[in-house]
Design a binder for this molecule. Structure first.
Ligand code: COA
Length: 154
């Protein structure tokens, strides 16, 4: 099956475990939870309100994106995204970000937030380009926010 963006489900557990293995060296940049096969199984069978997505091509997880916070009672979800190293620089990151923004908007959120390590250059450039505003570091991390405004009608 060619590229598709799917809600995470148990069918992707093994492929997501492979993905976590492929990005294990970057856990200092991306750690929404431990990057283990056990966690792949846990999020794969998760049934709450938070949103977990994968971009999959021929059974291989190329990207993992999440929006969390609703389960904990927050109106503003926290966004997370990681790509397989071999598909970086292809535009998929931007596509996933826009998709996650749309998913948050559909859920009724008027903004999203994220945290990023100050030395995560690629992530910061991506978020800057998308219009995120950053506060000064909190506990060593930058907190970015983006308003999800309705497109102005011309
Ligand atoms: C963050 C991530 C999703 C971005 O995906 P990507 O495909 O690399 O994104 P882009 O291709 O849009 O690249 C982002 C920008 O960083 C630049 N960049 C990438 N690596 C760089 C480096 N080592 N030094 C300087 N710039 C770099 C790219 O040139 C691009 O900038 P440009 O548009 O001005 O040319 C991806 O790098 C990733 O999965 N990283 C590991 C997980 C992670 O850090 N997630 C974010 C946690 S907050």
């Amino acid at each position: 099956v060619p590229l598709e963006i799917r809600r995470l489900e148990t069918a992707w557990t093994e492929a997501l475990g492979d993905f976590f293995e492929a990005i294990a060296g970057e856990e200092h940049f991306f750690h929404p939870h431990p990057l283990t096969r056990a966690e792949a199984a846990r999020v794969g069978s998760y049934g709450g309100r938070d949103l977990y997505y994968v971009a999959v091509d021929n059974g291989v997880v190329l990207a993992y994106g999440l929006l969390r916070g609703w389960d904990d009672g927050y109106d503003v979800p926290s966004l997370g995204l990681a790509l397989r190293p071999d598909v970086r620089g292809t535009g998929l990151a931007r596509c996933m970000m826009e998709f996650l923004h749309a998913a948050a908007r559909q859920r009724g959120s008027t903004s999203v937030r994220l945290t990023v390590e100050p030395d995560n250059v690629a992530a910061r450039r991506l978020y800057d380009r998308l219009g995120y505003a950053f506060s000064s570091p909190e506990h060593g991390k930058l907190v970015g926010t983006l308003a999800l405004e309705r497109e102005e009608l011309v």
